[in-house]
Design a protein around this ligand. Structure first.
Ligand SMILES: [Fe+2]
Length: 296
């Protein structure tokens, strides 16, 4: 069966890929077809891909270098469950059991329930994320995606003019701080130092503009803080209206691949006493969106 990419339902930005086995090397034509599908839709699901971590990383490298995950979490190296190159977005500790209620790792990861774009807190933010569902929840735990191109297009001309050249500060301390997670060590404060990102970005292939929002955004350069926060909140509410959102209910061994430059996502609540084993690989971005200043 040849590779095919077909949109699911009427949602124009979420499509299903069939006719491919990603456990085996993928030819250049197929890689190009998938990239074209990403440019067009922004979120692709590859159902029934029963992959290992090594196979997931090998597939990911077809699309660019794997992002260095350091500086993206409070989990210490010795507590990591997965090998370097794999981002653990499960609710599991190194012992394979669900994290306890007061686990700092768990409380930090609750931030994934806020709308965000992966690694927007890095000077060079992520291009693609690939999330493999190894163990899914019987109920809940859906991932929702928002199309930030459609959200941008729907803004009125006055707002488009107002935000065109704005630059935001993004940090994990802003997203976690908004949930009351505030006890960062000095080392973490350095690691999570805010970076700058344009609020409106342009896709390098399609030329389409999108809103580059994320719960990591917590300030706008040259704008008083409450004014910046309410603008970010208003834009996020606008961008996450149902007409811009697709809800993905996971089946075991779904692999979902999304473009962080064109979408936001969030996970919804689930029974945390049950294992949820989700493993992410991330394709590094090409360039910063704004000129950076270094941490003091
Ligand atoms: Fe994420």
């Amino acid at each position: 069966m040849p590779l095919a990419i077909r949109p699911r339902q009427s949602h124009a930005f979420f499509a299903e890929v069939s006719g491919i086995d990603i456990r085996t090397p993928v030819d250049r034509e197929s890689v190009a077809a998938i990239e074209a599908g990403m440019d067009r839709y922004a979120v692709l699901v590859f159902p029934g891909q029963r992959i290992s971590d090594e196979e997931q990383m090998a597939f990911t490298r077809n699309f660019g270098a794997i992002e260095d995950a350091r500086g993206g979490n409070v989990t210490k190296a010795q507590d990591k469950r997965l090998v370097t190159g794999m981002n653990d977005v499960s609710n599991l500790g190194k012992d394979g059991r669900p994290l306890g209620r007061d686990s700092r790792q768990r409380l930090f990861n609750i931030g994934n329930m806020l709308w965000h774009s992966d690694s927007s807190f890095r000077p060079v933010p992520a291009k693609y994320s690939l999330l493999s569902a190894r163990v899914v929840n019987a109920k809940g735990g859906n991932t929702e995606f928002a199309d930030m191109r459609a959200a941008y297009d729907a803004l009125d001309a006055e707002m488009k003019r107002h935000i065109e050249d704005l630059v935001c500060e993004h940090s994990l301390m802003y997203s976690r701080g908004s949930l009351g997670f505030l006890d960062f060590s000095e080392e973490e404060k350095q690691m999570f130092w805010p970076v700058r990102q344009r609020l409106v970005r342009t896709h390098p292939v399609t030329g389409r503009k999108s809103l580059y929002l994320s719960s990591h955004a917590g300030a706008i350069l040259g704008m008083p803080m409450p004014e910046a926060r309410i603008l970010l909140r208003d834009l996020t509410e606008h961008a996450t209206q149902p007409q811009f959102v697709h809800v993905h209910a996971w089946a075991p061994y779904d692999l979902v691949m999304w473009d962080n430059r064109q979408t936001m996502h969030r996970v919804r609540r689930y029974d945390e006493s049950q294992p949820r084993d989700m493993r992410r690989t991330t394709v590094a971005g090409d360039a910063p969106t704004a000129v950076q200043v270094s941490a003091p």
